[in-house]
Unconditional design. Structure first.
Length: 295
């Protein structure tokens, strides 16, 4: 193992070892959890590794080339560690995982064996099985610029650079009715045109579904109520007393970027790119073949 701690290496060379494995899991919401297959708790790097969680891992497959490293973690579901509700809500999707080989008698003797993220999660019978994807998994993602008429940026990201907290582009409120975690009815509120939030996002900022969000499919008026409908139901229960945040939507058109957000300088699309009809058009029969406009 490259970069192996010298003291740990000497310990392994003795043939009589006191090693175990430890895992640190960091969710996207900042929650950090530690697990170990030792029969007692461990502490290092400011993380407490619990021994009573039942988490274990299969052998790590690694290579020196660019192939994807992978392994799997198995564990029991419990309210004090990993709960089925949190898995269902997607709180562990994409969480970062680090795994060490540790001398439990002296935790300074340790070696980081694996670093990556959680991929597919499967759960049944009070237990879960998680696919762990190594850092080289990113090599499977397509890269490069997409040339298309609509904007390729996500509203508020580094390419878009629009501040979604700008006054007039979001609203925090509670719903008066929630249907199947997907449709939310609000007392009619002014200051926002109908459809203003369509293609935007709804975020839960209090309650059991704190931190979850969904993309908006529709924003319309139904009688005296403003209705917000999501493309997919939220993955945890939302109550009418929970505070919600509505963020305005962008349909990726150049006109919307220019007029609604005044952000055309950062528009990431190509509104004047020729379409398919133009690219397969027959050559012009005009006598003036000077490279000018066909019109």
């Amino acid at each position: 193992m490259s970069g192996l701690n010298a003291e740990l290496h000497a310990h392994l060379q003795t043939g009589i070892t006191s090693t175990c494995r430890a895992w640190a899991l960091e969710r996207k919401d900042g929650t950090i959890m530690g697990f170990t297959d030792h029969d007692g708790p461990l502490t290092f790097d400011g993380i407490s590794f619990r021994a009573d969680t039942g988490l274990s891992a299969l052998a790590i497959q690694q290579s020196t080339g660019l192939s994807v490293d992978n392994t799997e973690a198995l564990g029991a579901l419990s309210d004090v560690s990993i709960s089925e509700e949190d898995i269902e809500a997607g709180r562990y999707d994409g969480a970062e995982i680090r795994a060490w080989l540790v001398n439990w008698q002296d935790v300074r003797q340790r070696h980081l064996q694996f670093r990556g993220t959680i991929g597919e999660l499967r759960r049944s019978g009070g237990a879960f099985e998680a696919e762990l994807r190594g850092l080289t998994e990113a090599l499977n993602r397509p890269l490069g610029r997409v040339y298309q008429k609509p904007c390729s940026a996500v509203l508020g990201d580094e390419a878009c650079r629009f501040d979604v907290d700008t006054l007039g582009y979001s609203k925090e409120l509670t719903a008066v009715e929630i249907m199947e975690r997907r449709a939310f009815r609000f007392a009619e509120f002014g200051g926002f045109d109908t459809g203003w939030f369509q293609h935007g996002r709804l975020k839960v900022i209090s309650g059991a579904a704190l931190g979850l969000s969904g993309l908006l499919k529709r924003d319309y008026i139904d009688g005296s109520k403003r209705v917000i409908e999501l493309w997919h139901p939220l993955r945890a229960d939302v109550r009418i007393e929970d505070l919600l945040r509505l963020e305005s939507g962008c349909d990726k058109r150049a006109e919307t970027c220019r007029l609604k957000f005044q952000n055309f300088y950062n528009f990431q699309g190509f509104p004047d790119i020729p379409g398919d009809d133009w690219s397969i058009t027959d050559p012009s029969r005009s006598s003036g073949l000077d490279g000018g406009s066909r019109r």
